[in-house]
Design a binder for this molecule. Structure first.
Ligand code: ADP
Ligand code: ASP
Ligand code: MG
Length: 405
């Protein structure tokens, strides 16, 4: 007998028929003798609707109230699945984040899990009950509901799998695995049998929405075996595992993209020590993640233009913070561009091979795509381009690196 965590995403629980399908899948594992904890998302589209409501009332809303609102979608699905399981004769009960509790940091809207109390669910699992846990949510140090950032139920699932020492964490979704790039962008994308934690971490953090970045981080730290597979078809999925479990290592294993970017340029900032700290300090204090940064110094060396990117969802707050700090930063003009996208090439094979970046730049040049910002690490190269060229860039790079099926 083994212990499994099964996580189902929004499309997998989008309506009652799909929730019944999930119940049957869970029952099958219970009938095989496994102990099962289930983690669920809200019904597809629900969280978007809730987020939009909060934004419409106030773009700079209270993050604690935002969490109260947007966490509600998962309350519906866990209750419904528990009912569906009970209807099939499978003993089950639902748990909200605060009921276990799943402890988190106090960063509302993007809280990190700090600990999970599992005693109660362990006892129920031992009795053959299914624990159905609401993903995406927890309880903050202020005793209020927190959420883990968009896509956060993947992280709930992996954290619960780690806390329960589960044998595997199965992430059921609307694709049958992790592909070389988003299969919605190109039909030539190939399913990977296996992907290393490290590459998956880069893919996720660079935009591949199939797993939330933090879930991969947790899986890597706690060595949780994560499998990504389809809710709708019985096909083998993709195993996220150690690099040395992968026999055939490619130079480039995937292409990721993100349209959730916004570019901010501060024009003519005095070029003196402390200027970067004056800009990025207040943003960090405000919980805003700055991603790519470029700095251009003027010819006379007295001024600099500072360009950087932030997540689209954090854009308004970032602008608000920058404008509030205008006098201490001392910029002359603020330019913004929401029509940008980041495209990245990822592969552990890059560590040992030169020329990967050059192939990327050449491919984009041939397509007439201008690169606005570049950033690199040991196993990835990212470029910022105009959003309208995203699909073209991803498809062309997919071909360049020999990933087409
Ligand atoms: P869920 O609601 O199940 O959590 P998500 O929408 O969050 O599902 O994630 C699944 C989606 O991730 C897929 O529908 C696919 O479009 C997208 N995706 C992006 N990059 C990849 C990739 N490299 N491999 C597989 N899916 C990807
Ligand atoms: N429902 C949440 C979201 O849409 C969490 C998740 O789906 O993982 O972001
Ligand atoms: Mg998701």
């Amino acid at each position: 007998m083994s212990r499994l965590v099964m996580k189902f995403g929004g499309t997998s629980v989008a309506d009652l028929a799909r929730i019944r399908n999930v119940a049957l899948k869970v029952k099958r594992e219970v009938d095989r003798g496994h102990q099962v904890a289930v983690v669920l998302s809200a019904m597809a589209g629900e969280t978007n609707k809730l987020v939009a409501w909060a934004r419409e009332l106030s773009p700079l809303h209270d993050a604690r109230e935002y969490d109260t609102v947007v966490s509600s979608g998962e309350q519906v699905t866990v209750g419904l699945l528990a009912i569906a399981l009970q209807h099939l004769g499978v003993p089950a009960r639902s748990w909200l984040g605060w009921q276990l509790p799943i402890h988190t940091s106090g960063m509302h809207g993007s809280a990190a899990i700090t600990g999970i109390e599992t005693k109660e669910i362990e006892a129920r699992l031992a009795q053959g009950q299914v624990a159905v846990v609401a993903g995406f949510q927890g309880l903050g140090p202020d005793n209020r509901i927190t959420t883990l950032g968009r896509g956060g139920s993947d992280t709930s699932a992996v954290a619960i799998a780690a806390a329960l020492k589960a044998d595997r964490c199965d992430i059921y979704t609307d694709v049958d695995g992790v592909y070389t790039t988003d299969p919605r962008i190109t039909p030539k994308a190939r399913k990977l049998d296996r992907i290393s934690y490290e590459e998956m971490l880069e893919m996720a953090s660079l935009g591949a929405k199939v797993l939330q970045t933090r879930s991969v981080e947790l899986a890597m730290i706690h060595r949780v075996r994560v499998q990504v597979l389809s809710s709708f078809e019985d096909l083998p999925g993709t195993l996220v595992c150690d690099e040395d479990e992968i026999v055939e290592q490619q130079l480039v294993s995937g292409i990721a993209y993100s349209r959730d970017e916004a570019k901010i340029t501060l024009v003519r900032v005095p070029d003196k020590p402390g200027v970067a700290a004056a800009i990025f300090g207040p943003l960090a204090d405000g919980g805003i993640n700055v991603d790519m940064i470029v700095q251009n110094t003027s010819e006379d060396g007295k001024f600099t233009d500072m360009t950087f990117t932030v997540g689209r969802a954090e854009f308004e707050r970032a602008i608000h913070i920058i404008e509030r700090n205008q006098s201490s930063i001392g910029y002359q003009k603020l330019l913004t561009d929401k029509g940008v996208a980041k495209v990245s090439v990822i592969g552990v094979g890059m560590r040992a091979h030169a020329g990967v970046a050059q192939a990327m730049f050449k491919t984009l040049a041939e397509k007439g795509i201008n690169i606005q910002v570049i950033s690199t690490s040991e196993i990835k190269i990212s470029v910022l381009i105009a959003a309208e060229f995203t699909d073209t860039a991803v498809r062309a790079l997919h071909t360049t690196y020999g990933l087409d099926k």
